[in-house]
Design a protein around this ligand. Structure first.
Ligand code: ARG
Ligand code: ZN
Length: 897
């Protein structure tokens, strides 16, 4: 049964306040709830309160006991036949946290009681109108065994704490801010605490408490520093301050997603908190900073102003992702952060738009809301906010934020409310722009250009041609969005394209844009233009301020200003030039990727890809390597060839083996041709000791490890292999150790490979999060035996199907990050995934549904593979008792075929 956005109705009654009492016990927890109900309109009876897997023990309305058996319907909801305008409803329910393997509602993680209520987990704790537009104040009493649960936490302020008979104790928490049920949280268990404080700019002293499993507090410092940085940054850049005297974060081992922004009690997947140099890579630390920031930023964008309904999810997620991206960009290399985000968007969101699960940033319908925590809602949602920022500029965007938050504080709002505030505060027209929220699919923008002389004579291409005085460059942009699985008809969008015209040295030239509005964004470089492509096809004429010896080359979509697929007139020579000269670092990277993609696709189509290596590309790559002035963090990303998955997306029918052979051959050719430069780079970039986690050292490590990864292809080169082993052995941090392990596990000779894998396993025995890396490295190995290895690792003591991190590290890494082996022609990968999804579905349907998404691109492969994937999908669909979550994904995948 699909839920539709168009069917939204405001609630007919609300809950002003809720008092909750928990008597915690792993097998039988008793939850007593007292709801102050208030009718908002004429209410149609009977009234239903959401409930799931609850045993109702007692029920009373305004003190009058009712028969529980008469008030629960077949779907598990509480039914009230009538209700006065105001009433107090009291329920007593029993739940079983230890039996809750779905990790939503109240569950146990390594003996710690914790909750996950977004999106609809609160109904698994007590009967309630479990929808985000019902905002209540919470008063929560928690009672538990004092020995096993010394720490008792909930939202807001702790107002009471006492010992109780029988070795139990209690704590009472009150949250003054009304909130929707999905922001409720409770934690109880044995936890260590790292404490600090932050003083807000208006002088409020906030206690910051970070709770982790016993013995782990030393690994929480990075997260604590990130929290303090986030609080300071939100004040400085957005003018937003924290609003309570306490802010708690708890890290737990078993968690479906990354983290959750519960009011003043964020709960995190331990993977996004625990880090030190010995167990976490530089990338892990950057991710941790980003996730800590993201959850903290939700306090305003999500909690103070929440979502009216789940179709508006991107209102809080897209905006908060944009905010965390900007946080990282302001603290590290802005260009590299942007490049990483573009890479994520292309790897995860573009395929979603192109596949059976495509949906707009604001979906119109869903079966299971948990399936809509997608790259489209999050990442494309953030792109939509970023485009508004580009169009308005920072100052007007911030004015829009102030209006939005001021107007809707304490309310449940919509995406439309947000855009309306941006429009009103800025005076900018966003009427057509709104289509980004309602239209799915990735727009394709085609760019062509030519020179027009002063008299008339239109030249053909621009490359190399002179641009005489009075001449101009004519740029034609057109857009079209191919139909998607969910929408056949598409309309033109309002697409902001930043661009610069570059001279023969790569310098932006000054030029006037004729016959069009030309508003430059705040951050734009001199000589940059912001075009708004609103029609299907538009021409832009640029008249350079001075005559040019060569017609300028446009650098388009600078900073990846719009999330589109760009088809432009660039040839290999243009890209070879742009990849070293474009002053916009994102486009410099983009040119290198575009060039590599073209070359790799040509190679894949050849009889023998290894014989078809393009020497000019190898030379151009050498140019990158020899540029010692290049920012090392940029060099590190520029040295990575497009992934096989991305290359596959560029083909009508994916050539699994050809692409793999082409990419490996190119990597090897680069390593062979530039062996000595790479060795020199590896020697030169050793960061000073002692190890520091800061961005400067991290950048050196990243570039050095990119060099190592390329060298690692030279399996037969004894000197190189000794160097890789030394790199592994001498590593004084996880970044370097994992980089060397990856090289050895993916390309090393048998003995060296086995030695490194065994050493790593032994060294980190008992360190679950570190062994996840070990699992993932093996699952992603470009080796014929990868699937056999993955199957064997299912039985490894470090693996358990009930922990989402383990599943993502082993099964997810194989199915989503090892295209060559997952899509092996014999169908073994597909059968394996189907088997695992079926096992997972009974245990944790959210994780099962996510894994099933790996079949999403099935139509892009050849006939035999399509048949195998379809059979795998059908076998899942036909499993008796399949969850709604997995069914929605599998069924949509099959429906497109
Ligand atoms: N709101 C959380 C965050 O982005 C994620 C919650 C995920 N919940 C889910 N049901 N998938 O930070
Ligand atoms: Zn979020």
């Amino acid at each position: 049964a699909a839920i539709r956005r168009a069917d939204y109705r405001p609630p007919t009654f609300t809950v002003d306040a809720i008092r909750l009492e928990f008597d915690l016990d792993p097998a039988e927890t008793i939850v007593t709830a007292e709801l102050s109900l208030r009718c908002l309109t004429e209410t149609a009876f009977p009234l239903h309160l959401d409930g799931e897997d609850l045993t109702l023990l007692e029920l009373s309305l305004d003190g009058t006991a009712l028969d529980p058996a008469q008030h629960v319907d077949g779907a598990g909801r509480l039914v009230l036949h009538e209700l006065p305008p105001r009433a107090v409803l009291r329920t007593r329910c029993r739940i079983a946290p230890e039996a809750n393997s779905r990790l939503t509602g109240l569950y146990l993680s390594n003996g710690i009681f914790c909750t996950q209520c977004e999106a609809q987990g609160f109904r698994r704790i007590t009967f309630f109108p479990d929808r985000p537009d019902v905002l209540a104040t919470y008063d929560v009493t928690v009672r538990a065994d004092a020995g096993s649960c010394p720490v008792l936490l909930s939202n807001g302020n702790c107002v009471d704490r006492q010992s109780l008979p029988d070795g139990r104790h209690m704590a009472r928490w009150q949250d003054p801010f009304p909130k929707p049920s999905y922001l409720f949280a409770l934690v109880a268990g044995r936890l260590d605490r790292l404490a600090d404080t932050f003083t807000t700019r208006s002088g409020r002293q906030v206690d910051l408490h970070l709770y982790v499993e016993p013995g782990q507090a030393a690994r929480a410092h990075c997260a604590m520093a990130a929290l303090k940085q986030s609080m300071a940054w939100d004040e400085a850049r957005f003018g937003l301050e924290y609003d309570l005297d306490i802010f708690n974060i708890v890290a737990v081992a078993d968690f479906n997603s990354g983290a959750m922004e519960n009011k003043s009690l964020n709960i995190f997947n331990a993977k996004y908190i625990l880090a030190d140099e010995a167990t976490a890579t530089d990338t892990d630390m950057e991710l941790i900073e980003g996730v800590v920031a993201h959850e903290y930023f939700h306090n305003w964008t999500g909690n103070r102003v929440t979502c009216r309904d789940w179709f508006q999810l991107s209102l809080k997620e897209g905006l908060t992702v944009f905010r965390d991206q900007e946080f990282t960009a302001d603290h590290r290399s802005r260009a590299v952060k942007r490049i990483r985000d573009v890479r994520t968007l292309r790897a995860r969101q573009f395929p979603e738009d192109a596949g059976p699960l495509s949906h707009p940033v604001r979906p119109d319908t869903y079966v299971e809301i948990n399936n809509f925590y997608t790259a489209t809602v999050y990442e494309k949602g953030a792109e939509v906010i970023r485009m508004i920022h580009t169009i308005l500029g920072e100052a007007r965007f911030q004015a829009g934020m102030r209006l939005y938050l001021g107007r809707h504080d304490g309310q449940a709002a919509t995406c439309e409310d947000f855009v309306a505030a941006m429009e009103e505060a800025s005076g900018c027209d966003l009427v057509q722009f709104r289509r980004w929220y309602s239209q799915s699919g990735t727009p394709r923008v085609t760019a062509q250009w030519h020179v027009e002389g002063p008299a008339s004579g239109a030249g053909p291409g621009a490359g190399g041609q002179a641009l005489p005085d009075g001449g101009c460059l004519v740029l034609t942009l057109s857009q079209d969005t191919p139909p998607t699985a969910d929408q056949a008809e598409k309309v033109p969008l309002d697409i902001p394209i930043r661009l610069a015209l570059l001279d023969g040295e790569g310098r932006p030239i000054a030029a006037w844009l004729e016959e069009a509005a030309d508003a430059a964004p705040d951050r734009s470089a001199p000589g940059e233009h912001l075009l708004r492509l609103t029609g299907p096809r538009q021409r832009f004429r640029f008249r350079p301020a001075e005559a040019q010896e060569h017609a300028p080359l446009p650098s388009l979509n600078c900073g990846f200003s719009a999330p589109v697929i760009l088809h432009a007139d660039y040839g290999d020579a243009d890209d070879a030039f742009l990849m070293v000269r474009d002053p916009d670092a994102v486009n410099r990277w983009e040119a290198g990727q575009r060039y590599a993609t073209r070359v790799l696709l040509r190679m894949a189509a050849a009889e023998d890809p290894a014989m078809a290596v393009d020497g000019r590309y190898v030379d151009a790559f050498g140019g990158l390597l020899r540029d010692e002035a290049m920012d090392p963090s940029f060099a590190a990303v520029a040295m990575v060839l497009p992934e096989e998955g991305y290359l596959a997306d560029q083909m009508a029918v994916v050539d699994v083996d050809g692409l793999h052979a082409a990419r490996e051959a190119m990597l090897r050719a680069i390593a062979l041709a530039h062996r000595n430069v790479l060795l020199g780079m590896h020697a030169r970039l050793q960061p000073a000791r002692p190890y520091r986690a800061d961005a400067d050292q991290a950048a050196l490590r990243a570039q050095r490890n990119a060099a190592l990864a390329l060298l690692g292809l030279l399996t037969e080169d004894a000197e190189v292999q000794r160097l890789v082993m030394a790199h592994y052995r001498d590593a004084d941090n996880m970044t370097d150790r994992l980089a060397a392990l990856t090289v050895l596990a993916h390309h090393g000779q048998e003995a060296a490979r086995n030695l490194a894998l065994a050493d790593f396993e032994e060294r980190y025995r008992g360190e679950a999060l570190v062994l996840d890396k070990w699992l993932a490295v093996q699952a992603q190995a470009p080796r014929r035996d990868a699937l056999a290895t993955v199957r064997r690792l299912l039985d490894h003591p470090a693996f358990r199907l009930s922990n989402p991190n383990r599943v993502y590290a082993l099964i997810g890494a194989f199915a989503m990050r090892n295209q060559w082996r997952f899509h092996a022609a014999d169908g073994g990968g597909y059968a394996f995934l189907a088997e695992q999804v079926k096992k997972l579905d009974g245990l944790n349907r959210q994780v099962a549904a996510r894994m099933a998404g790996a079949f999403g691109r099935w139509q892009r492969y050849d006939g035999p593979r399509q048949n195998l994937m379809r059979a795998a999908l059908e076998s899942i669909r036909d499993m008796p008792g399949l969850s709604r979550d997995t069914f929605e994904i599998v069924n949509k995948s099959l429906e497109v075929g």
